[in-house]
Ligand binder design. Structure first.
Ligand code: NDP
Ligand code: HSE
Length: 419
């Protein structure tokens, strides 16, 4: 019999306990041994959970318990979770976590501490989709050329509802929280940080890049308006929060931001809480992974798969899939050197010379305009809609900062990258 302690019996932890119970017979057959959750950790012991396990409010009751074989960390957060997981590993426990924020900061350190102990984290990226397994094992023969994906269920759910049903941003964020999709602090979802944490985990496995969230370009969906969603729709685009890792020579660019994607692309059709990730390998070509990216049962499905795997194989592969620097030794591309096509919207006064001034500024900043369109927005103002050819991020940022200061510009410029 294998004894499991679950640190954090909330949305995901409760589902883990229930799946191990509901599918007990099949899981025992697959794991080769019976797996039981003996204890769990919560903050609020007074709350009724309806679960038949011993509860404590002290994570160290579990990590220091000699009876526990596998520690499952589902409490979230970075600093406290790091100390708890570190102690569990130092005490010789196998560990499973879904905590991408923890891994975004401490994955290399934890790999060093874990050494040969099983340390698994499938649920940390894209909930129920086995993308870590695919990247670390299934595609291990490939140099990875790119990873492009929708990796945050909450923001995808929000963008879908805003696009299809015109639901207001605040109402749909509240609904995502009630459905158990959002992080404890939902600014991680809408601000792009959660997707960035996941991207950093995948980038480590694919490229051996040891970057932290503050090193990469991260923007969220907070500034995407119904107006821009409507314009995007009219021109054949969907608006999605994308996480992108792309190899370019000896550099890797990592970025998270809202993006316009042609409606014909597979990834543009991924709606609701679903996640979808395209991975291009140099030998296999493009592979695509699709499934539920958040929610208790979908996430717990991946957590329990890790537990079964550990029990079945006692596996001790290096957690990031390699135990010395990857041979290609790539470096991170500077944020302002990233190149893209851009959509921009300037709300400007409707008077002579405005268009000429703006197009001159673009030319001075070496930005080539692909399309330009003017739409009325009020009695004296218009929306100037522009798309560019490939341009460099620093030039775009420079031009925006100049446009902002012009006296005929009536609102903050809007910029969304086109992918
Ligand atoms: P919840 O907030 O629902 O659950 C967290 C649990 O941990 C609660 O039971 C809470 O206790 C307990 N807890 C938190 N801090 C402490 C502490 N200091 N001491 C003791 N107990 C504590 O979070 P989720 O289940 O949604 O998420 C858990 C982890 O899984 C996070 O890292 C999250 O990022 C990750 N994840 C979540 C997904 C999802 O769809 N929800 C998907 C993929 C990953 P109490 O119940 O008393 O508040
Ligand atoms: N809050 C996350 C999301 C949970 O919405 O994708 C899954 O990691």
């Amino acid at each position: 019999m294998v004894k499991v302690g679950v640190i954090g019996v909330g949305t995901v932890g409760t589902s883990v306990v229930k799946i191990l119970n509901d599918n007990k017979e099949m899981i025992t057959a697959r794991a080769g041994r019976e797996v039981i959750v003996t204890s769990g950790v919560v903050k609020n012991l007074a709350k009724e959970r309806g679960l038949d396990i011993k509860l404590t409010d002290n994570p160290y009751d579990i990590v220091n318990d000699p009876e526990i074989d596998v520690v499952v960390e589902l409490m979230g957060g970075v600093d406290e979770a790091f100390e708890v997981v570190k102690t569990a590993l130092q005490n010789g426990k196998a560990v499973v976590t879904a905590n991408k924020a923890l891994l975004a900061y401490h994955r290399y350190e934890l790999q060093d501490i874990a050494k040969d102990l099983p340390f698994e984290f499938e649920a940390s990226v894209a909930g129920g989709i086995p993308i870590i397994n695919a990247l670390r094992d299934g595609l291990s023969a490939n140099h990875i050329e790119s990873i492009v994906g929708i990796m945050n269920g909450t923001s995808n759910y929000m963008m879908t509802k805003m696009t299809d049903d015109g639901v207001a941003y605040d109402a749909i964020l509240k609904e995502s929280q009630e459905l158990g999709y959002a992080e404890a602090d939902p600014t991680f979802d809408v601000g792009g940080f959660d997707a960035a944490h996941k991207l950093l985990i995948l980038a480590s496995i694919a490229y051996g890049i040891d970057a932290k969230p503050e090193d990469i370009l991260i923007e969220g969906i907070e500034n995407v308006t119904q107006d821009d969603i409507a314009f995007a729709k009219e021109f054949g685009y969907a608006v999605k929060l994308l996480a992108i890792a792309k190899r370019d020579g000896d550099e890797v660019e990592l970025r998270v931001h809202a993006a316009l994607i042609s409606k014909d692309e597979m990834i543009a059709k991924i709606d609701g809480v679903m996640n979808g990730i395209s991975v291009v390998g140099d030998k296999v070509g493009e592979t695509l992974y699709y499934g539920p990216g958040a929610g208790g049962d979908a996430t717990a499905s991946a957590v329990v798969a890790n537990i079964i795997d550990i029990v079945r194989s006692g596996k001790s592969a290096p957690m990031l899939g390699f135990n010395k620097p990857l041979e290609h030794g790539l470096t991170l591309k500077a944020k302002d050197a990233i190149a893209s096509k851009y959509y921009m919207r300037f709300n400007v006064m409707d008077k002579p010379g405005v268009l000429a001034k703006i197009t001159a500024l673009f030319s001075e900043h070496d930005i080539s305009i692909e399309t330009i369109l003017q739409r009325p927005s009020g009695s004296e103002s218009v929306n100037l809609l522009l798309s560019t050819h490939m341009a460099v991020e620093r030039n775009i940022q420079d031009v925006i900062s100049v446009v902002k200061t012009l006296d005929f510009v009536m609102a903050d410029p809007v910029m969304i990258r086109i992918v």
